[in-house]
Design a protein around this ligand. Structure first.
Ligand SMILES: Cc1cc2nc3c(=O)[nH]c(=O)nc-3n(C[C@H](O)[C@H](O)[C@H](O)COP(=O)(O)OP(=O)(O)OC[C@H]3O[C@@H](n4cnc5c(N)ncnc54)[C@H](O)[C@@H]3O)c2cc1C
Length: 326
């Protein structure tokens, strides 16, 4: 493990200035980055700690509705917050499903969105695309947990549990760097390997995630469903984040007025399924429609040698998630 320096700036301006150095890296809870450093998979000269910056770990109402969530909030605080549990259950459930209590107590929302891939080959230090190499070892190797949608040339899956929830909520993400700041729709934050295989998001060197904005979703119901290969301590094999607005009364109770769905564990980015959303809107959510939606979610999926099971798994998980909201 390479030696590194550690600093705790007392303002956002000082943090972004410190991150101008090419050898500097931001750190939240360190639950991903410190493991990478110990395994010689990352070698920053200096860690710039962000968790002590004031105002970046809070949840506050936004003018005009919705809420603002600080990027440095821990996953456990996020999952327990009454407003998030009440109005954005999909996000509370996603945050509460991460790893273990220890990881959720240390891990931050921003770190969760920017964690590196957990593909075996990447984490074992194979010279794959993500390490600057020229091949994806999972394409023909141990690809049980790799992508069935949107893969190529790398077949990683995006590891974050909160990312599909935030995509289904149409969140906005705030990015700050030494040269300025910008807000982006969260779905524009993630980068497919076919666009740039070296990175998973649009952050430029030295930029950090400071906040997320959640739009108001009056009357919406939502759910995050995560399938794992064991009960805890691990990422999703597949997951579904569903946000629906159903007519509760009137002539047509149960008719879907709005649907937003993103899949996790199946693609290098959280995978929004717009065709499924269109299929649901304007119809009553029956068991038959839920099954059709599950099938539509995997249209175009292409399994690798060892992950065909994911196609039926994600289809069935989505069917059940939809019905759980009726
Ligand atoms: C055993 C184990 C199980 C896990 N299980 C899950 C799981 O089930 N689901 C899941 O989603 N994750 C899981 N993780 C991954 C990860 O630890 C957590 O997701 C956690 O939220 C990461 O947050 P952190 O603050 O600790 O990130 P850090 O380790 O501090 O940082 C992670 C990365 O993000 C960058 N970064 C940190 N903060 C910022 C910022 N504000 N702006 C820009 N970049 C930033 C760092 O430079 C680093 O590259 C697991 C990890 C372990 C070790």
């Amino acid at each position: 493990m390479k030696r590194f320096a550690h600093m705790s700036p007392d303002s956002l301006a000082a943090a972004t200035a410190a991150l101008r150095d090419t050898g500097a890296a931001p750190v939240g809870g360190g639950s991903d980055l410190l493991g990478m450093i110990k395994d010689d998979l990352a070698a920053p000269d200096r860690l710039v700690r962000l968790t002590q910056l004031s105002g970046l770990d809070t949840i506050a109402p936004r003018p005009g509705g919705g809420v603002q969530v600080g990027g440095m909030i821990t996953l456990s605080a996020l999952s327990r917050h009454p407003v998030i549990r009440d109005r954005y259950a999909v996000l509370a459930e996603a945050a509460g499903s991460v790893g273990t209590p220890q990881i959720r107590n240390a891990g931050t929302l921003a770190g969760n969105l920017t964690q590196r891939p957990w593909c075996w080959y990447f984490r074992q230090g194979f010279p794959c695309y993500k390490h600057g190499g020229t091949r994806c070892f999972s394409r023909t190797g141990e690809n049980q947990f790799n992508a069935i949608l949107g893969g190529g040339p790398s077949f990683i899956v995006h590891p974050s549990d909160t990312a599909p929830a935030l995509v289904a909520l149409d969140a906005q993400i705030h990015i700050v760097g030494d040269a300025g700041d910008r807000w982006l729709p969260i779905r524009e934050f993630f980068v497919l390997p076919s666009e740039d295989v070296s990175r998973e998001n649009v952050l430029r060197p030295g930029e950090i995630v400071t906040e997320l904005a959640l739009p108001p979703r009056p009357g919406a119901r939502s759910v995050y469903t995560k399938v794992r290969d064991r009960e805890a301590w691990t990422h999703a094999v597949v997951s579904t984040a569903v946000v629906l607005t159903l007519d509760d009364d009137g002539d047509d109770p149960g008719v879907c007025r709005r649907a937003a769905i993103a899949l996790g564990g199946v693609a290098p980015i959280p995978w929004r399924v717009a065709a499924v959303e269109r299929l649901l809107v304007g119809k009553r959510l029956t068991p038959e429609l839920a099954a059709a939606a599950g099938a539509a979610a995997v249209e175009g999926a292409r399994a690798l040698a060892r992950n065909r099971y994911k196609i039926s798994l994600v289809s069935e998980t989505l069917r059940r998630s939809l019905l759980s909201l009726t």
